[in-house]
Design a protein around this ligand. Structure first.
Ligand SMILES: Nc1ncnc2c1ncn2[C@@H]1O[C@H](COP(=O)(O)OP(=O)(O)OP(=O)(O)O)[C@@H](O)[C@H]1O
Ligand SMILES: [Mg+2]
Length: 265
């Protein structure tokens, strides 16, 4: 089974060709890291997964169901399977952290107030922001906001997560905490994800480290020195609407292409 599949997708905005015969597959518990310069179509790909942008041609599948031509109402059950961490955080300024996370549950009215509060507490625990429930976004650092964005995307335990540059502008230590969350979701929860980024250090962390739960419940992060690249994490590099490169971290480093080597240094 594939969780997300793009087949020969083309997309232009007026004269601007953004994707040209783009094909890609993400399986359960797999992370696809999409790297590429500004305007190369990364956010557009994520919006297509959500059905917010339709391809001009080609087909898109979520859990083997074709979504390419679905109407808004038909997309609702698909979107429930997907959590999105937005590029700019996209929190509501006038709502507290807890209210931001509970927003979708409140709108859906599928669970009681107590259940909502319990879910919010659990999710804030997962992103290690237990004490921030009643704070407003303006009281948070950039890294904390991103973590709230991740907690909000996790409402309903979606099997698919889309991260739009979640470490951009963060210091290396905070960026690392975001990467650890992404790795935990991949390795311990089996989440399939697309991780869009310019941050090669973050990409390398995701491609080379894995999470293991210890008998005492503690989670440890490990990497194998000689095995730089995990089998469940691959790169897609975009340039001018095409996939310039696809594969593992190791092969990305060895590829003889000026653009990729520039990007890596
Ligand atoms: N709704 C739209 N209407 C017209 N042009 C659009 C629209 N959405 C995206 N584009 C254009 O498509 C191209 C790809 O945009 P996209 O947002 O996917 O890039 P990106 O790779 O996410 O860039 P960044 O790294 O800056 O976030 C850009 O040239 C952008 O201007
Ligand atoms: Mg973008």
């Amino acid at each position: 089974m594939s969780t997300i599949r793009f087949e020969h997708v083309f997309k232009s905005f007026h004269e601007n060709v953004v994707l040209r015969d783009f094909s890609m597959e993400v399986r359960p518990a797999e992370t696809k890291i999409i790297i590429g310069g500004g305007g190369s179509g990364k956010t557009t790909i994520l919006k297509m997964v959500l059905g917010l942008v339709k391809p001009d041609s080609g087909r898109i599948f979520i859990e083997d169901q074709e979504i390419t031509q679905l109407e808004e109402a038909e997309l609702m059950p698909i979107r429930k399977k997907i959590g999105m961490v937005f590029q700019e955080g996209a929190l509501f300024d006038s709502l507290t952290v807890g209210e931001n996370i509970a927003y979708q549950m409140r709108e859906a009215r599928t669970c009681s107030e107590e259940e909502q509060q319990e879910t919010v507490r659990q999710l804030l625990g997962f992103v290690e922001l237990r004490d921030s429930m009643d704070k407003f976004p303006s009281d948070l650092s950039g890294g904390m906001m991103r973590r709230v964005g991740i907690a909000r995307a996790l409402v309903g335990n979606p099997p698919i997560l889309l991260y739009d540059a979640p470490t951009a502008g963060l210091d290396p230590i905070t960026a690392r905490t975001i990467c650890e969350l992404v790795i935990k979701l991949r390795d311990l929860e089996g989440v399939a994800s697309i991780f869009v980024t310019h941050d090669l250090k973050a990409a390398k962390t995701l491609a080379s480290e894995f999470a293991e739960a210890q008998p005492n419940g503690e989670v440890v992060f490990k990497s194998e020195e000689e095995n730089l690249c995990l089998i469940n994490t691959h790169f897609v590099m975009l340039k001018e609407g095409n996939i310039l490169f696809e594969g593992s971290d190791e092969s990305l480093r060895s590829v003889d292409n000026e653009y990729i080597q520039d990007f890596l240094t």
